[in-house]
Design a protein around this ligand. Structure first.
Ligand code: R5P
Length: 294
């Protein structure tokens, strides 16, 4: 199958697409994306896609909405040019947190995204999707979908690099990362509670007594966006005497100088490279390769 597979690096996917193709010994090509002065984009395949299984690699960070249009144009063009199947490999997939009508009149964006992807793709692969009310990818997509997780890679990283860990999940949903990773390395963990007021304002509390003496506190979560969840959690744990913190997250989105704010709060952050950034030390390309092989 890999002979007939073409891995295509879309504009926010080249950091992983080349590695994936190399490991699979498949052909690789970059999608050419041109932006016109009025904001329109045009995509062009630079390799022949006819009779190929085309895997578009795109991580949705930065100008997310342009990236969505890009993959739709690319998928439709690939089919038009005779591709056998078109897969979407999304190391980071957006809009998953907009999973309900929070206020009357709201769009349930994740459902729209699901229908869009269904329309244009044959299969979708997502690393550590933020699944909350929609508990499985099959609640969102009708096409085949594959959820991958970086939890084993995070557990390995902690085992190799941090002694006496105490894993902290900064909100209840983070148990899917914090608790699972703690179980894998057989260490203690605790989950905090979060109340979100706005996209930027949260309150994080710990309703449990924990002894953090001689422990290295490691926050584990799926994503860091503004960093406010972690900054609030840090404020709270400082009251227990902790001075330095580690955080390992899957997706380092880091908007509004989040990384700098965390560094100033004495938090050493490491992420995977689902989104490239200067602390992306855990490589997820192998996860995608293994799942494509299966
Ligand atoms: C939400 O439940 C996620 O797991 C993260 O905790 C959250 O999205 C992080 O966002 P921020 O860094 O903006 O607080």
């Amino acid at each position: 199958m890999y002979n007939s597979m073409l891995i295509v690096g879309c504009s926010k996917g080249t950091h992983l697409a080349g590695k994936i193709a190399k490991k699979l010994k498949s052909s690789y090509s970059e999608l050419k994306v041109k932006k016109f002065p009025d904001g329109e984009i045009k995509v062009r395949f630079m390799s022949n896609v006819k009779d190929k299984v085309v895997a578009l690699v795109q991580s949705f960070y930065g100008n997310i909405n342009d990236l969505v249009v890009e993959i739709i144009f690319a998928a439709e063009t690939a089919k038009d040019l005779g591709a056998k199947k078109v897969f979407l490999m999304a190391p980071y997939f957006p809009y998953l947190r907009q999973d309900k009508r929070f206020k009357a009149g709201d769009c349930v964006s994740v459902e729209v995204m699901g229908r869009l992807v269904d329309r244009y793709f044959d299969k979708v692969f997502i690393i550590d999707p933020h699944l909350h009310r929609e508990v499985k990818l099959s609640d969102i997509f009708s096409i085949k979908s594959k959820k991958l997780t970086a939890n084993p890679l995070i557990a390995d990283y902690i085992k190799k690099n941090i002694k006496n860990p105490l894993i902290v999940g900064p909100d209840w949903e983070s148990y899917k990362w914090a608790r699972i990773v703690a179980e894998k390395i057989n260490c203690e963990h605790v989950i905090m509670q979060k109340k979100r007021y706005t996209g930027r304002k949260v309150k994080v509390t710990l309703n449990k007594k924990v002894d953090i003496s001689n422990k290295n506190v490691i926050f584990v979560d799926d994503m860091i966006s503004t960093g406010n969840t972690l900054l609030e959690a840090v404020k709270n744990l400082k009251k227990l005497g902790a001075k330095k913190f580690n955080c390992i997250a899957v997706h380092g989105i880091f908007v509004e100088n989040a990384l700098e704010k965390l560094r100033k709060a004495n938090v050493k952050v490491v992420t995977t490279n689902t989104i490239p950034n200067k602390v992306a030390k855990i490589d997820v390309s192998g996860l995608i390769v293994d799942s494509l092989k299966k």
